[in-house]
Design a binder for this molecule. Sequence first.
Ligand SMILES: [Zn+2]
Length: 433
Amino acid sequence: MHKKLVLLVLLACAIGIWFAAEWLRENSRTEVQVQMSKTQQDEWFVAYTFDESVTQATFVRNPDHTRIERWRPIDSDYYIGVDAESNHEYIARVDGQAFNSVAFELEPTYVSLRKDYAPFSPFSDGGMSWYSGRFKVCPQSCSSALWFDYAFSMEAPLSDFVRLPERSKRGELNWRESASDGQVVYVGPQQPGEPAEHGFETIIDPILPTSLKQRLLRDVPPLTEYFNQRMPHLAERPMLLASFSPTDNGRYGYQGGVIGNQMVLHWYGHSMAERITAPYFVEDTLWFVAHEFAHLYQAGQFSNDSAWIHEGAAEYMALEYLRSIRANSVYLNHRVSKASEQCLASNDRFELHYACGLLWAAEIDQKIKQEYPHGLFFLWYMYVQELNDKPRSDPLELYFELMAQLTGEEFAQQLRNQVAQRFAQLAAQQTAP
Ligand SMILES: [Zn+2]
């Protein structure tokens, strides 16, 4: 009897604590309204509204300081500055007073940000895709960014569809996001079609040459099959956005990214016709797409500090895929020897993650293949599964743990040393006079 009473009291306490925690959670969330709009004249605006007034709003993602030039405050009492300490961009009033709302006119053109997704990727038919993460701000500072809720709205002329994966509406769409990465929003004339056989929802720029469009659609099924045989299957239907924007400054290239279950491929240059006649354009494109496919199947398991893990693996998986379809071996050998050169000589951390990452992935693959035929893919299968079941604060440690299970402690330790040594060497070079 006595025991029962104690248990009851404990239960009551637990319920009380749960309610208090829920109340705290609900009430410590702050909502930020982010209203994007596009006019008939193709002018783009963003307006922010805060629950409580702030003297500053700080941007969540700060790859550079280009907002200062590219965002024009509608009211000249506001400006975008850079915090000297954190190096983050922020919005404030010239007179330092508090405010509840603020709006900017935007420049909706393509810029490639080195360490972040492009804010805008224009389509030649007047469509546009934009990246929501670029527009997230924290009231005051971002020290507790996890507690912010973003109520997004996108308003466009009625001729436009506003599309997110599995969601589409003419003229306006509302959705909510947390402070996490974000997603890609399509605004333009392309309406959702019938679900295609290959399982992707596709939004493809009509200006892309027919040969490239066909190639893309033809490559999706075998790529899907290849990755499905080796990695945990995708949980949701992915969306593929492919676009092109012309440049007049001689710059050309392509950039891709995977955000959640969206894959974004963007080409830029003088003209696409010129691009596709470049040597190895087909192989380059396939490599690029296979690399992004790998990211899709890596299921968001990205670590910024140890980018060699996912970037190197994506490079190696692309190489393995191209080998499996017997792509031009001269091209493939060239890619590998270029990575070897860069890994040896480069002073660029970013480049090392890709170049050395590819070589390290190859080493891991060979070692695992002595026991398991799927090599590196098998390690990634386990890694993605494990992280899906139980998110870890130290994915790097898990990666090495699983590697040790498949290859032995000695190999995993030797690889760990090799990685540490290369980055220590880089740090020494960078501090040298
Ligand atoms: Zn990548």
